[in-house]
Design a protein around this ligand. Structure first.
Ligand SMILES: *[C@@H]1O[C@H](CO)[C@@H](O)[C@H](O)[C@H]1NC(C)=O
Ligand SMILES: *[C@@H]1O[C@H](CO)[C@@H](O)[C@H](O)[C@H]1NC(C)=O
Ligand SMILES: *[C@@H]1O[C@H](CO)[C@@H](O)[C@H](O)[C@H]1NC(C)=O
Ligand SMILES: *[C@@H]1O[C@H](CO)[C@@H](O)[C@H](O)[C@H]1NC(C)=O
Ligand SMILES: *[C@@H]1O[C@H](CO)[C@@H](O)[C@H](O)[C@H]1NC(C)=O
Ligand SMILES: *[C@@H]1O[C@H](CO)[C@@H](O)[C@H](O)[C@H]1NC(C)=O
Ligand SMILES: *[C@@H]1O[C@H](CO)[C@@H](O)[C@H](O)[C@H]1NC(C)=O
Ligand SMILES: *[C@@H]1O[C@H](CO)[C@@H](O)[C@H](O)[C@H]1NC(C)=O
Length: 758
């Protein structure tokens, strides 16, 4: 259930309860009436020159604020941030009319309300064919790579971030470490850490006013991206194995923008402004918004654009709003958008009934129940009637709806309604909970007390057992793991199409994001519930939050081999070498709208053969065709680049040199499209690639020329793709692919054609 004041979130699946409790704290703000925190985005200018003082910029921003507020004091009071290290702009408390006035001023690209974003292993690396032995190659170069993570902070004492064996901090590093009494120091692995909190200037209950992680999420994502290799990382003996990040030899810089209450866009932009300047190589952002926004009204798209200008690839989570169509939450073409898929491990949690039936549920239950049996009741039979609750409400075990005298010491059967009922059963004195839901058949959750999730059909059986006897009993077993069919796109993973630019495929790629083991913050609740007293160095959680740092880590690994590659070249290498997924498997029906080009394949990504490069000019062309005006783009790029010669065009996005090919068409009419692409040779010096075409059903695809002969490295060659098709039904999706092949190199671009719903 999305809290109404929150439209962005950390993209991890179990955070609901913490966010709910945090909601109470997110009301204390406000200087004047009706003022809200806004971002005033001013593009690439003015940006402070190297070493120039920040005060000159701040005074420009104050002048602008002065002119709308009418007083210097009000201007000073309202200004929260002056950006200017990597792009121009500021954040301030503004009324709607002041925001409007500022948006009309020269130099302003956009003014938007700073929305509150919520936070939406390592078997996973073996599963995708990325052994630890391969990661230990190229360690010298890995150690020059710095992964910047925008998240909820970090637990610096975790073994994942120990600097044993690390050489000096790379000399390019320009960032800092914000030390406090509860965050004593960074080290040669965790090279930087800062926190950003525009208001209020105290932490939410249970959090720290420092870069320390009060929540666990940031520790988990950072260790997934670039954590050290830890032998024998066990989570309550449920999973055994090593924990390691994607690029374990790299350094980490944490930018804490998320707190137990929320993540504020004004803070996110301040972190981007620093991270780009600090010279990180890759940025991982497991955050997103609930609804589509224009590129320059979206803090993450803005930050990623300026990062791309400096050659920094930003990895974004696709969102956890699947499986509905067009639910994707990060879609800018200059970043890489990551879906979440399963690994081949399932979390089984067996339910035993007193009639000796065994039912296989799914859950991460760390507990071993001591007695042979516990009495079993159905929530609907134990309503707290005197408290005014009906059996209808108590069947979902809503908070306070259970009569604790009838629940004490028992296992309770509950329908899943809006929130996991483990907390409400726990405070009513229950010892365990059986959750009936068909929504979580692919994802397990760590529960506060012994719990297992079963299907509606299984739920009916358990209920009939309860009714069949005067003394029903049950027991919930500790979780064990088994082999599962994989990779399958997680049901929660947000799906395409791209709501803002129909002809750019999103998501771009998928990576493991279901039941991922990684490091955890020792002060943080494992289940997200207040009252959970377990302390662990590791936790298992799910979300596109977890898949996103897998891609950031691999991007860092690729960059350690190719330090001179652009952000788009690295992104292309990841996309064109991905494992091809099987759309006929249950769960993968959305094809590219579920998994993009497929599942990340790190070992191939370091040597892709050819790349689809794109630089700032290419994205500016794209934006011109999308109808952004000249003046806006001059500000955004900070030079005189202009749309003079480039008209807005309906199908212009198809011409962006993107590693995948996407056509959105009108249903019911035949169509023809001609799409240009350019590839750069980064493989063999002398090489001749042939086009292998798999036409989407009902279409004919022609490639001209269909052979590309390269002689020097870095040579660029162009070709055209012509796609002709008959009429398609509304909401129909067909897929094919173009693969350039030479020797062991296969450079694959899916061709996805979607007929829009009417
Ligand atoms: C973190 O845990 C320690 C030890 O249990 C406790 O003393 C401290 O208050 C906790 N900090 C926060 C912010 O909850
Ligand atoms: C790994 O950890 C488990 C539990 O923490 C322990 O029982 C086991 O002996 C350890 N194995 C190795 C090889 O250290
Ligand atoms: C369940 O199994 C146990 C041991 O096999 C047996 O003693 C008991 O009678 C069985 N109960 C039922 C209800 O079948
Ligand atoms: C419970 O109430 C809801 C909404 O009022 C209704 O749709 C549902 O059918 C009821 N369920 C039962 C079991 O009575
Ligand atoms: C019923 O709910 C009320 C109000 O929440 C609470 O005070 C009371 O203790 C509950 N009674 C039982 C028997 O659980
Ligand atoms: C692709 O098509 C365009 C427009 O028809 C043409 O100008 C260009 O030369 C073609 N490129 C190649 C490589 O054939
Ligand atoms: C594809 O080409 C074949 C053979 O030239 C032709 O018969 C068919 O009509 C074409 N289909 C489309 C959709 O253009
Ligand atoms: C292809 O891979 C094989 C085995 O990995 C290797 O021996 C061979 O040299 C490779 N060929 C090319 C053209 O790279």
């Amino acid at each position: 259930m999305a809290a109404p004041c929150i439209s962005y979130f950390l993209l991890c699946m179990f955070f609901i309860l913490i966010m709910m409790s945090g909601k109470m704290l997110c009301t204390a703000v406000s200087a004047g009436q009706d003022t809200k925190l806004h971002v005033v985005y001013m593009g690439s200018t003015p940006v402070q020159e190297n070493g120039e003082s920040h005060t000159a910029l701040a005074s420009l921003h104050l002048e602008m604020l002065h002119s709308v507020h009418g007083s210097r004091e009000a201007a000073e009071e309202s200004l929260k941030y002056s950006y200017g290290k990597s792009f121009g702009g500021f954040a301030a408390m503004l009324s709607p009319s002041h925001a409007q006035q500022l948006s009309n001023m020269d130099g302003v690209v956009s003014v938007f309300e700073s929305k509150k974003l919520k936070t939406l292993t390592t078997r996973s690396w073996d599963f995708i064919g990325f052994p630890a032995s391969a990661q230990s190659n190229n360690l010298d170069y890995q150690s020059d790579i710095i992964i910047g993570v925008l998240d909820s902070g970090i637990w610096p004492e975790s073994e994942s971030f120990s600097d044993a064996g690390f050489g000096p901090v790379p000399s390019k590093w320009r960032g800092g470490c914000q030390t406090t009494s509860d965050f004593p120091a960074c080290n040669k692995k965790l090279v930087g850490a800062k926190y950003y909190r525009s208001s209020p200037n105290y932490p939410p209950l249970g959090d720290f006013l420092s870069p320390r992680d009060g929540d666990g999420h940031g520790t988990h994502t950072s260790s997934t991206a670039a954590g050290n290799h830890i032998k024998n990382a066990s989570f309550y003996d449920i999973t055994q194995g090593d924990a390691r990040g994607g690029v374990p030899g790299a350094r980490i810089a944490m930018y804490k923008v998320c707190w137990l209450d929320d993540c504020e866009e004004a803070d996110i932009l301040a972190a981007f402004d620093d991270a780009i300047y600090d010279s990180v190589d890759i940025i991982s952002v497991s955050l997103g918004s609930d609804f589509p926004m224009d590129y320059f009204q979206d803090s993450i798209a803005i930050g990623a654009f300026h990062a791309m200008k400096r050659g920094i690839l930003v990895s974004n989570a696709a969102g956890n709003s699947g499986p509905s169509r067009a639910s994707i939450s990060n879609y800018s073409p200059w970043s890489i958008t990551v879906a979440a898929s399963t690994i081949d491990r399932k979390m089984d949690c067996e339910l035993l009934l007193g009639n000796n039936m065994s039912i296989e549920g799914i859950s991460i239950n760390t507990y071993t129940m001591e007695q042979p049996w516990y009495p079993l009741v159905y929530g609907g039979d134990v309503a707290n009637v005197s408290g005014g609750f009906t059996s209808n409400v108590s069947s979902g075990c809503a908070l306070n709806s259970l009569d604790h005298t009838k629940v004490e010491g028992k296992i309770v059967l509950c329908n899943y309604v809006d929130d996991p009922p483990d907390y409400s059963v726990f405070i009513a004195g229950g010892v365990g909970v059986i959750i009936i839901s068909d929504d979580f058949d692919d994802t397990a959750f760590v529960s506060l007390n012994p719990a297992t999730t079963i299907s509606t059909k299984q739920g009916k059986y358990v209920l009939s057992y309860i009714k069949s006897t005067s003394s029903p009993f049950a027991k919930i077993q500790k979780t064990t793991t088994s082999k599962a069919l994989a990779p399958i796109v997680a049901s929660f993973s947000s799906r395409g199409f791209n709501p803002i630019t129909l002809d750019i495929l999103k998501p771009d790629i998928t990576a493991p994001g279901v039941d991922i083991l990684a490091s955890w913050a020792r002060n943080s609740s494992l289940s997200g519930n207040i009252g959970d007293t377990r302390i662990s160095d590791f936790n298992i959680i799910s979300g596109t939050s977890m898949s996103c740092p897998h891609i950031a880590g691999v991007a860092g690994f690729v960059k350690s081999y190719h330090q001179d590659w652009s952000a788009s070249a690295i992104k292309s290498a990841l996309m064109t070498t991905a494992f091809v997924m099987d759309p006929t498997k249950v769960g993968n029906e959305d094809a590219e709208f579920g998994y993009g080009t497929g599942q990340i394949n790190p070992m191939k990504a370091i040597d892709p053969g050819l790349v689809y490069d794109a630089r700032v000019d290419d994205y500016v062309n794209f934006l011109c065709k999308e109808g952004y005006n000249d003046a806006t783009l001059r500000l955004v790029t900070g030079d005189l680049s202009s749309c003079d010669l480039i008209q807005p065009s309906k199908n212009g996005a198809r011409e962006l040199n993107y590693p995948s090919i996407m056509l959105s068409i009108i249903p019911g009419y035949p169509f023809k499209a001609e799409i240009p692409r350019t590839v750069t040779n980064v493989g063999a010096i002398e090489s001749t690639y042939k086009a292998i075409i798999s036409s989407p059903s009902g279409t004919n695809v022609t490639i001209i020329p269909n052979t590309l002969s390269f002689s020097p490295l870095n040579q660029k060659l162009s070709y055209n793709i012509t796609i002709e098709g008959g009429s398609m039904l509304a909401d129909e999706l067909v897929s094919g692919a173009l693969t350039w092949s030479y020797g062991n190199y296969t450079v694959r671009s899916p061709i996805t054609i979607y007929a829009l719903a009417k």
